[in-house]
Design a binder for this molecule. Structure first.
Ligand SMILES: [Zn+2]
Length: 352
């Protein structure tokens, strides 16, 4: 079987044109990348931001992504042959490796070159989120906190309106976001009203799932976001542990809570190619419809956002599961792409 990324299929004219665009864009920014980090970068980014009318961060993140890629010879060679990595993916790598010492770079180069190499036919390229998760697993779970640690800021944005900003561990932020979204959905109110209700203690109990691998003690969200030790103390007082049902078949149409939790931990977001709508906004879909005899089991389940669920129901796109969590999609004209799951319960974020 020939393994390749769907977007790199040069028999497809649209893929050929996209490659040219990607290459042109990459080469455009590459010309402006300074040879040394530091002050030269700031100056180059500021100059270009002026010329192009982009923010300095927009420019800096692109220059930096290419600078970091140049420190990764294996990945650079792979990119030069496949042109599979666009700027969101390159920037995810650049950002994650920004503080990695030079001596450590070969290890990351090796890891990324293996992770970002196609393994299946018509495969989708791992998303920026999947790349971030893979790299995150390589670092100490409790890095030096940014200064100031755990802060809450507010500032006016328009007459009568203000913005609230919070810095905390990624796991805590994701949990807070999920709780606000869940309450807003349940009570049919805005997210700001949901937060206000929480602050006033007027809320019903909200269940949030966090996950621990049997082989390790680390607790994360479904998407792999980590908590710091203080957050874990808070979780420990409230968490009830249960085993996830991964290989059973449920009776009836509805997915029982522990199977739902397992599907969310495997998929993390919508399984349609390049859709990253979070589990919270997704339905659990029977890949083979229940009415056609599809079982209510993990191997026949996937997360789909409402939009992509409707596309499937209206038979504008079709899909098939390999039973291991990989979903192959195809359009009515026969174009195919296979997506791999991205959650903590999948192999996709395990080091290859
Ligand atoms: Zn979707």
């Amino acid at each position: 079987m020939l393994a390749y990324y769907r977007r790199c299929d040069m028999r497809d004219p649209a893929c050929r044109r996209q490659r040219k665009l990607l290459k042109d864009e990459f080469n455009f920014w590459a010309e402006y990348v300074p040879s040394e980090p530091g002050y030269a970068f700031e100056c180059a980014a500021l100059d270009l931001a002026f010329s192009l009318q982009h923010s300095k961060d927009y420019v800096l993140s692109r220059l930096w992504a290419i600078y970091i890629l140049r420190q990764l010879p294996q990945l650079s060679a792979l990119q030069a042959s496949l042109w599979h990595l666009d700027f969101p993916r390159l920037m995810a790598i650049g950002h994650a490796l920004s503080a990695v010492p030079e001596t450590e770079m070969p290890r990351f180069d090796d890891l990324l070159a293996r992770f970002l190499h196609p393994k299946k036919q018509d495969e989708s390229v791992p998303s920026a989120r999947q790349i971030r998760r893979l790299l995150r697993q390589q670092f100490d779970p409790e890095p030096e906190p940014p200064q100031p640690l755990e802060s809450l800021y507010s500032y006016p944005v328009a007459p009568g309106w203000a913005c609230l900003e919070m810095v905390s561990s990624e796991g805590a932020i994701e949990t807070i976001r999920e709780a606000i979204n869940t309450l807003a959905q349940q009570q049919d109110c805005t997210k700001a009203q949901a937060l206000l209700k929480m602050a006033l203690g007027e809320t019903p109990k909200i269940t949030i799932n966090v996950y621990r691998n049997e082989r390790s003690t680390e607790i994360t969200t479904a998407g792999g976001e980590r908590f710091n030790s203080q957050d874990l103390e808070v979780l420990a007082d409230r968490a009830h542990e249960r085993q996830l049902a991964t290989d059973v078949e449920a009776r009836g149409y509805r997915f029982p809570p522990s199977m739902r939790a397992a599907i969310i931990a495997r998929d993390a977001h919508c399984r349609f190619p390049d859709c990253e709508i979070s589990a919270q906004w997704c339905d659990i879909d029977h890949v083979i419809p229940y009415a056609l005899g599809g079982p209510t089991s993990m191997s026949n389940a996937q997360l789909l956002c409402r939009h992509h669920h409707n596309l499937k129901t209206e038979r504008k796109v079709f899909c098939r599961s390999d039973g291991e969590g990989n979903i192959t999609w195809w359009t009515s004209s026969g174009k195919r792409i296979t997506t791999t799951p991205a959650g903590v319960l999948s192999d996709a974020t395990e080091p290859p």
